[in-house]
Design a protein around this ligand. Structure first.
Ligand code: ZN
Length: 479
């Protein structure tokens, strides 16, 4: 792509100074591009289109040549290229320990500035943070205001559970719930996140109370709450990870049913396909959005004979040594435990994929999320892999793209803001060198990213990667 700065820039700045629009993003005109529109299985490519962004939103979209060049400060010739809406990763985590004094976190702690750069460099313009603290809210506000480089963001509050080694909030009775709802408002979280609470009653109560206040709830299905009960909870908007579906699909009479960990992990090898199909159909009927988080599931790494070799793949300077060590120890430790207990690891890899295939087959609602960096993966890159998995398991590339764009917007009540290339929506888009509907792998062929109306060409994206490498190096040197 050849782009040129128009000399209108000087004029624009002079005109703007009176109304102080310096903080706003310059206008960008993408010329003669093929716009890819997806919605579930429906897909359309509109060739020879001009797309204009102004003040961070899509201002005009029209046939090539119909938008006046003088409207744009920056023009990008995009002939032969494909424009998709910015990608969204619906399940990620950030590090809050840099600001949160009380964080005695045993959770992975990858620096936020590295994660933010990697997301953008891979075309991810929006993320849902699934674990929030006041410092994550601060990060969210900076990102959404464009004062810090990175994807736009919404964040849940802290993990709500009963017992855990990591800092979370207890969730038992109504007495626990009131302060949680107060905190939600006081700190400005976008949603609540429930975790694997042993108190089903407390969980149901919280979801109901939150629903009455109009607060979205996202989360895992608590172990004590049956999958059907969870799917029936009106206030629970998204269900994270497919593990619960594996648990519900264990064949009758399996010794894994009454077993304790780690023996209970045999449940992955004792799946009943009929039940998988049954639960997939129930998920479809419930209308709940399921976020499978396949690629960074622990299963993949643990399957490999040489776990260390697997982690070495990430040793390419985009992930800090301490995070790689965290993966090595936490996942390697679990693997050792399973191997000692004679547990066949194959099921841990295959069962979640079988569930996702069943969900796709049943036409259940799926949004793409990766759980980065809790499990091995490179921020942003992991979403490309997640979508490739969906295609392998039965989605069309259009459906996979939809699961990472317009469907995420729908699931998270962001439809009026993002998810499509349409006038009035936030100008988040990815310019690809190849058609992603022909091959989902073309998501990796990024020519440029439009981030809240700011154009980042290939050089700018490479510069972000270079900065991420330097930050990784600095963290490694100091750590
Ligand atoms: Zn997570």
């Amino acid at each position: 792509v050849e782009w040129r700065r128009s000399n209108i820039l000087c004029v624009a700045l002079v005109l703007c100074s009176a109304v102080s629009c310096f903080a706003q993003e310059p206008s960008v005109l993408l010329r003669d591009v093929s716009v890819v529109t997806v919605d579930g299985e429906h897909a359309r490519i509109i060739d020879k289109t001009d797309v204009l962004s102004q003040n961070g939103i899509f201002a005009a979209i029209g046939q090539s040549g119909t938008i006046a060049a003088s409207d744009a400060v920056l023009e990008v010739e995009a002939t032969g290229m494909f424009l998709i809406a910015g990608l969204a990763d619906a399940h990620v985590h950030f590090d809050f320990s840099e600001v949160a004094a009380d964080a005695q976190s045993q959770f992975v702690r990858e620096p936020n500035d590295i994660l933010c750069r990697l997301y953008v460099a891979h075309g991810v313009t929006f993320v849902r943070s699934m674990w929030g603290t006041p410092s994550i809210v601060e990060l969210r506000d900076q990102l959404n205001a464009g004062t810090r480089i990175g994807p736009s963001m919404i964040t849940t509050g802290p993990l709500l559970t009963q017992a855990s080694a990591i800092p979370t909030r207890m969730l038992g009775s109504i007495d626990d719930i009131r302060p949680i709802l107060e905190e939600h408002t006081r700190f400005g979280y976008d949603a609540l996140k429930i975790h694997s609470s042993p108190e089903a009653a407390g969980c149901t109560l919280l979801v109901d109370q939150a629903a009455q206040l109009g607060i979205p709830v996202y989360g895992h299905v608590p172990f004590t709450l049956g999958l059907q009960e969870a799917l029936d909870l009106p206030g629970l908007q998204t269900v994270e990870h497919v593990v619960t579906f594996c648990g519900a699909s264990v064949r009758d009479g399996s010794p894994a049913q009454g077993a304790r960990w780690p023996q209970m992990m045999e449940l992955y090898n004792d799946q009943d396909e009929e039940k998988q199909r049954f639960w997939a159909a129930r998920a479809r009927e419930s209308g709940k959005w399921i976020c499978p988080t396949l690629t960074t599931s622990l299963t993949e790494g643990m399957l490999l004979d040489e776990f260390d070799d697997y982690l070495d793949e990430f040793d390419d300077d985009l992930v800090t040594a301490s995070t790689i060590e965290y993966w090595r120890q936490s996942l390697g430790g679990e693997k050792t435990m399973y191997v000692r207990s004679n547990i066949d690891l194959r099921g841990l890899y295959e069962a979640p994929r079988a569930i996702v295939a069943a969900l796709i087959d049943a036409d259940a609602r799926i949004i793409a999320g990766t759980d980065t960096p809790a499990r091995p993966g490179i921020a942003g890159r992991s979403l490309h892999l997640e979508l490739a998995e969906y295609v392998e398991l039965g989605m069309t590339p259009a459906q996979a793209l939809s699961a990472a764009t317009v469907d995420v917007a729908r699931a998270l009540d962001q439809e009026q803001v993002m998810g499509r290339i349409a006038v009035g929506l936030r100008a988040d888009a990815v310019l690809l060198r190849g058609n992603p509907l022909e091959d989902i792998a073309n998501l990796s062929e990024i020519e440029g990213v439009l981030l809240r109306g700011e154009w980042l060409d290939r050089d700018a994206l490479d510069a972000l990667l270079e900065e991420a490498r330097s930050l990784v190096q600095a963290a490694n040197d100091s750590g």
